[in-house]
Design a protein around this ligand. Structure first.
Ligand code: MN
Length: 492
């Protein structure tokens, strides 16, 4: 057996899924034939790329159809295979997936003008929304390409990296695939903004290693303290991804002050059950005082929109320095690293008869909730024919960075940066927007053009006699949803 095939086969054996080795071998031979004589820019045989793509998909716990599609993903584009070939040999599902990946790959986002970019992004989303497995194959393909980006020419590196930063990184993030997002964006950051990257690495070298030492000390103390009550506990120290640090430093409240970043290296406590998370939090706070003004975030009770769940607390660590500690169950951990991919695993695990009790330990969100943003994009796509408007929607609502705010009863809403109470109101309900007359943030009255911040509790003050928005709201409303509702209400 070929070495590459052997590697793939042995990887599938460690997966909890069943693989038909005969099918795998056939797909491998087909791929090998299709790429005969082709080389990667590194000079290696091309075949390495589809095999590495398939290996990533196995690692992510994807099903056989997705893994085989990963193996075959470039055979149409670069290997001359037709849809009919693939369908005849490997069945309709696999052929459709390969076709989807090929279509996405043909969409050229790199260096295109805004208009073109929008139209192409729209096409891409349409393909992806039909079967999310296409996205996983594309992300695995992109991750391997980014891992080997050093072999490309500098001009290509920049285009490729920028596209990754603008489209594929945010996509992985929105799917809750934290690890993939982190790795993709770090690699892309390095090549698309080499100067900023080098500067940041240089600036943080010492502080990173210092913080790492502190976090290790903290970890050792935590293990000793927690193990008697939670024998299975796992405590790790983890470094923040460079790109996510870069983004954080740009936030106004941080303003490039590294002393204000407390999760440069965070300790992570992994337990079996949700109850144990809160027990661990109690032990942590008995050892180290929580920092009063930074406080505790309970993302278990209030998950982030992409499904992320954990307890976060910032404490004065062993030497008096502020450190962040994150506490979560094993399932939440997998969810945080793998997002929607992890969910696919659980859905399948459940159908295979894993006990409800075990599944409940990890409080899994309904898949529908996580698919909402894809659906939303689709709906907008259908409603909006004008490219400019669609671009605005996409650019500012969907792919821009987000803030999380809360309603007075604790419902969480995901809004783009720059949103105001008016955006919040229209997000909740059209009526609430139209009747808005004032807003309270964290209990205090603020003007309606107030820029919302992460974690704000937003309460809209309503005037029941009012049924029309104010024209000047259009000056500051940031979301497409709010703007179009305001414009419509003013017209009628
Ligand atoms: Mn590829």
């Amino acid at each position: 057996m070929d070495q590459l095939l052997e590697k793939l086969v042995s990887a599938t054996k460690t997966s909890h899924r069943k693989f038909d080795l005969h099918l795998l071998e056939e797909a491998y031979e087909f791929t090998k034939l299709a790429h005969t004589g082709q080389l990667r820019k590194s000079g290696e045989p091309y075949l390495i790329h589809p095999v590495e793509t398939a290996l990533l998909l196995v690692e992510w716990g994807m099903d056989q159809t997705t893994v085989v599609a990963g193996l075959l993903h470039d055979t149409a584009e670069d290997g001359g295979a037709t849809y009919e070939d693939l369908e005849k040999l490997f069945g309709t599902d696999i052929a459709i997936l390969v076709d989807g990946v090929t279509k996405i790959s043909n969409v050229k986002l790199k260096g295109s003008q805004e208009d073109e970019f929008v139209e192409n992004l729209r096409k891409m989303i349409l393909v992806m929304a039909k079967d999310l497995r296409v996205v996983f194959v594309k992300l695995a393909d992109r991750l391997h390409n980014m891992r080997t980006i050093e072999h490309l020419q500098p001009g290509k590196q920049i285009k490729f990296a920028t596209e990754t930063l603008q489209v594929y990184g945010p996509l992985a993030d929105r799917l809750g695939m934290g690890e993939v997002y982190g790795e993709l964006s770090d690699l892309a950051f390095k090549y698309s903004m080499p100067e900023e990257y080098a500067k940041l690495i240089e600036q943080t070298k010492d502080i990173y290693s210092e913080t790492e030492n502190r976090a290790k000390k903290l970890r050792d103390e935590l293990i000793v303290a927690i193990t008697p009550q939670i024998p299975n506990v796992d405590v790790k120290a983890r470094r923040k991804h460079v790109y996510s640090l870069y983004r954080k430093l740009q936030r106004p409240e941080i303003n490039f002050d590294l002393d204000k970043v407390h999760d440069l290296v965070a300790a992570r406590i992994i337990t079996d059950t949700i109850a144990q998370c809160y027990v661990a939090l109690g032990i942590v706070h008995s050892l180290y005082k929580p920092v009063p003004y930074l406080g505790v975030s309970d993302y278990i009770a209030n998950p982030k929109p992409n499904g992320y769940q954990s307890l976060h607390t910032k404490v004065f660590g062993p030497d008096g320095y502020i450190l962040e500690i994150q506490i979560r169950t094993e399932e939440m951990h997998e969810q945080a690293e793998m997002g929607l991919a992890a969910h696919f695993n659980y859905a399948e695990a459940k159908s295979k008869g894993v006990s409800d009790e075990k599944l409940e330990k990890g409080a899994i969100l309904a898949p529908q909730e996580k698919l909402n943003w894809v659906k939303q994009l689709l709906t907008w796509q259908q409603q909006i024919s004008d490219n400019q408007e669609y671009f605005a929607t996409l650019k500012f609502d969907a792919l821009a960075h987000r803030i999380l705010v809360f309603s007075p009863i604790g419902d969480v809403f995901d809004l783009p940066y720059g949103s105001t109470p008016i955006d919040f109101a229209y997000r909740v309900h059209t009526q609430l927007g139209n009747q808005a007359s004032g807003a309270k943030i964290n209990g205090k009255m603020v003007p309606l053009d107030y820029k919302l911040g992460n974690g704000d509790v937003v309460e809209i003050v309503v005037d029941r006699k009012k049924n029309k928005p104010n024209r000047d709201w259009l000056r500051f409303a940031a979301t497409h949803v709010a703007r179009s509702h305001i414009a419509k209400a003013l017209k009628s």
